[in-house]
Design a protein around this ligand. Structure first.
Ligand code: ADP
Ligand code: MG
Length: 240
């Protein structure tokens, strides 16, 4: 079953056409990576999927409902690129606040904090945390509601390599348990951690693929290099 379906999506921001007409589907219970350089439209696309982006035309359907429908409120979790937690509350207070919004309790809040490796910092004010810790606090607040769909906008930016690996393992674990994850990143080495890859460039889908297929198509085991080979091949194709 497809959890997210995007058809002919066109989005303008300011006077710019940021997404000129995207179509794809995201299957259930997988980690789908949205990979693309800065400015390629990743955040805009994720915003459209959670229903906070004004769209020009096209449709975005999530779990069978139009994106942003009230029915999706507690079924879709979204973590924005800049942390969306309260600086004047502790990590634990933030998690409990979000837990209460989702009808969950203190136990779930503490579990979510532990899941993102913030157990030691649970009593600290979010305003006193490092950028990476703040990002993880936001993630804990999204996890606490146990949403069916998790939309994460560059969740690993500013994290050290060990934490990045831990988080990606956590994402895989959630997907194995049935959660559908859509995770954006601008670093290709994270692509290897995804079940499925959407490669975005200038608002257009350059490829809808898997790490294995990208390695084959791009004739390299290195995903970054494979990606560049695919980009070059498609540029040559267009020049012809
Ligand atoms: P990414 O997340 O991949 O870095 P974004 O979706 O944030 O890309 O941005 C895509 C394009 O939309 C960029 O060219 C950016 O300058 C433009 N853009 C983003 N936000 C706005 C805005 N609020 N108003 C006008 N243009 C915007
Ligand atoms: Mg972005």
């Amino acid at each position: 079953m497809d959890v997210v379906t995007v058809s002919d999506l066109v989005v303008d921001r300011g006077r710019r056409r940021v997404l000129p007409g995207l179509s794809f589907a995201v299957p259930e219970g997988q980690v789908t990576g949205l990979l693309g350089p800065s400015g390629s439209g990743k955040s805009t696309l994720l915003r459209a999927i959670v229903g906070v982006q004004r769209i020009r035309s096209g449709t975005v359907t999530v779990l069978g409902h139009p994106a942003g429908s009230p029915a999706l409120r507690d079924r879709v979790g979204y973590v924005t690129q800049s942390p969306s937690v309260y600086a004047d509350l502790t990590v634990r207070e933030n998690a409990r606040y979000f837990a209460a919004l989702y009808g969950r309790g203190a136990r779930e809040a503490d579990a979510a904090i532990a899941d993102v490796g913030l157990g030691e910092a649970a009593g600290q004010l979010v305003g006193d945390l490092s950028g990476g810790q703040r990002g993880r606090a936001s993630l804990a607040c999204a996890l606490v509601g146990e949403p069916e769909v998790l939309v994460l906008d560059e969740p690993t930016v500013g994290l050290d390599p060990v934490l990045r690996v831990e988080l990606w393992e956590r994402f895989s674990g959630l997907a194995a348990a049935g959660t559908t994850l859509l995770v954006s990143s601008h670093v290709m080495d994270e692509a290897a951690r995804c079940d499925r890859l959407l490669l975005l460039r200038d608002g257009a889908l350059l490829a809808d693929t898997t790490p294995g297929r990208l390695r084959t198509d791009g004739r390299s085991d290195d995903l970054e290099e494979a990606f560049l080979n695919v980009v070059r091949a498609s540029a040559q194709e267009m020049a012809r």
